[in-house]
Design a protein around this ligand. Structure first.
Ligand SMILES: C[S@@+](CC[C@H](N)C(=O)[O-])C[C@H]1O[C@@H](n2cnc3c(N)ncnc32)[C@H](O)[C@@H]1O
Length: 266
């Protein structure tokens, strides 16, 4: 894989082990209720989950809008989509459809809501994707974007310098590792109004979020960005800290909602 294109290609082709890890990590859970609440769902709405991954959130949204609504899970990875579609069929949710973004052509102004979680850090051209999403929403429609910011992370007992070095080494995995802080301005530029930005942080002291750090370590291994011995030592230190109860991982998530104006001014 070309290091320069890795941020995109590692989503088009995903190793089985990583696929399985995501299917574990992204299962819908009660702590995501506030994200669903911000979408202000109602029966009958048409909603897309852009970059739906394993599709659990799209399935949950489909349950909330009911069979008079319609939900699309959109992604660039075929395996995610096929497996998500199978889960949808198994659950007999017929108003849920998973589409590959290469071939998907949702009509302009067809969506009441667009949800996009932990995706925009990977897209090749942020403004182009935001513009495309904007055109899919109907006037008055609501977008909700959730994204992290990898320059805004705490990992103890590593401390600030090692944490910064680690995430800088993993940066080629993202097109924009500092996406969170960029979104307000980018949404304004796209034409949204009523932009509301919240930052929430998950504080992991049990090791439940260690998978995220291990993912980063696997990218670093691919890029050969830190000596293997050092990378292994860093992870071992965290494993030990979990046992010693000195481990703390804080990852902020920017949660943004915005409205497409009923009338465009220009
Ligand atoms: C970290 S996962 C998040 C999955 C899901 N949104 C969630 O939060 O459970 C990132 C997702 O973005 C998708 N993705 C990456 N680049 C994309 C692009 N250019 N357009 C749309 N989706 C993309 C990946 O295939 C993957 O499903």
């Amino acid at each position: 894989m070309d290091k320069k294109l890795f941020f995109q290609e590692h989503w088009i082709t995903i190793e089985q082990e990583r696929l399985a890890r995501y299917e574990d990590m992204f299962v819908f859970s009660a702590h995501q209720e506030p994200l669903i609440a911000s979408l202000k769902l109602k029966k009958g709405l048409t909603v897309a989950d852009y970059g739906c991954g394993p599709g659990f959130m799209a399935m949950e949204i489909a349950r909330r809008v009911g069979p008079t609504g319609k939900v699309y899970g959109l992604d660039i990875n075929h395996q995610f989509l096929e497996r998500a579609a199978q889960r949808g069929r198994d659950a007999v949710i017929t108003h849920l459809q998973y589409l590959h973004l290469d071939g998907a052509s949702l009509a302009a102004h067809s969506l009441d809501r667009l949800f996009c979680k932990n995706v925009l850090e990977y897209v090749p051209d942020l403004q182009q994707t935001l513009t495309e999403q904007f055109s899919l929403l109907r006037p008055g429609g609501l977008i909700e974007i959730i994204d992290s910011d990898w320059g805004f992370v705490i990992v103890e007992p590593w401390g600030e310098e090692i944490t910064r070095k680690f995430f800088a080494a993993a940066a080629p995995a993202f097109k924009e590792p500092h996406i969170g802080r960029k979104l307000y301005a980018a949404l304004r530029q796209t034409g949204y109004e009523k932009i509301n930005v919240q930052v929430t942080a998950t504080v992991d002291t049990s090791g439940s979020g260690l998978g995220v750090i291990k993912n980063m370590a696997s990218y670093i291994r691919k890029f050969d960005a830190l000596p293997g011995q050092q990378r292994r030592q860093m992870l071992a230190e965290l494993e030990q800290a979990i046992t010693d109860k000195t481990y703390c991982f804080v990852l902020p998530q920017f949660a943004i909602t915005a409205i497409k104006p009923e009338r465009m001014t220009q």
